[in-house]
Design a protein around this ligand. Structure first.
Ligand SMILES: [Zn+2]
Length: 246
């Protein structure tokens, strides 16, 4: 083998896996268990890709069927069950984040309901906040006035046994839960974002979705299957949240 060919071979060997590893997508689903959660689990199982389901304790307690969904999610090796609070702040975020100890108590209550032990992968309701061993980021979408009013102590929340994850991009939904972007549109957005490379962590995109988007009425199973197939075709890698902070 000539030196040139050797160099070329080495380049191909080392370049090929790096391409996938440089472009990793973390699928995250919030607010379950809800109508839509079982479709998500079906698709993740069929497609064999990792994902995180940030669940709400109150929703887990709502019915025997929901409790069964929590157990099913926990049994799937590629699925990480995360904490998305007990109450989802009852959707009164300003009030909720005015009391950090209350936030922690609510998160700890969800741990008990979901059967999670620290350190727990978690996402705060309604807040795009990161607190991880290697990095920290506040929710830049909040106005200064609101941020000043809330003054939540996220360090204290994290120190209470939580890795907190925000997101880089969202598959948006309407008020009734129906997805806004088509799969094709979402994939082109993702391609664009990787083109610009502006992520919280380089080469890593956390995609926020909500369980209710994937109910039968919105053809959720087909849409999620099509999304994952399109991303696989483009050779994106799918990451488990445990490796995000590496
Ligand atoms: Zn939520």
């Amino acid at each position: 083998m000539t030196p040139f060919r050797f160099a070329l071979a080495a380049l191909l060997i080392f370049a090929a896996p790096a391409q996938g590893a440089d472009r990793t997508i973390y699928l995250t689903f919030d607010d379950g268990p809800l109508n839509g959660t079982s479709n998500i689990l079906d698709v993740l199982e069929a497609e064999q890709v990792p994902a995180t389901l940030f669940m709400v304790g109150m929703h887990a307690q709502a019915s025997a069927a929901n409790r069964a969904l929590v157990q099913r999610a926990k049994q799937l090796p590629l699925v990480t069950l995360g904490n998305h609070s007990y109450s989802h702040a009852y959707n009164h975020y300003r009030h909720f984040y005015g009391d950090t100890e209350g936030v922690v108590a609510d998160m700890v209550r969800a741990n008990a309901v979901l059967g999670l032990k620290p350190v727990v992968h978690a996402r705060l309701p309604g807040r795009d906040v990161f607190r991880l061993p290697s990095m920290s980021k506040n929710d830049t979408s909040l106005g200064l006035a609101q941020e000043g009013h809330e003054e939540p102590d996220y360090e204290f929340v994290a120190a209470s046994g939580f890795y907190l994850y925000g997101w880089d991009h969202e598959w948006v939904h309407k008020d009734n839960g129906e997805p806004v972007q088509s799969v094709d549109h979402l994939v082109s957005e993702i391609d664009h974002l990787f083109g610009y490379g502006r992520f919280v962590k380089p080469g890593k995109l956390i995609l926020l979705m909500h369980d209710e988007m994937f109910q039968d009425g919105f053809d959720g199973k087909t849409k999620l299957t099509n999304l994952i197939a399109a991303l696989k075709l483009r050779r994106y890698a799918f990451g488990a949240i445990q490796g995000y902070d590496d």
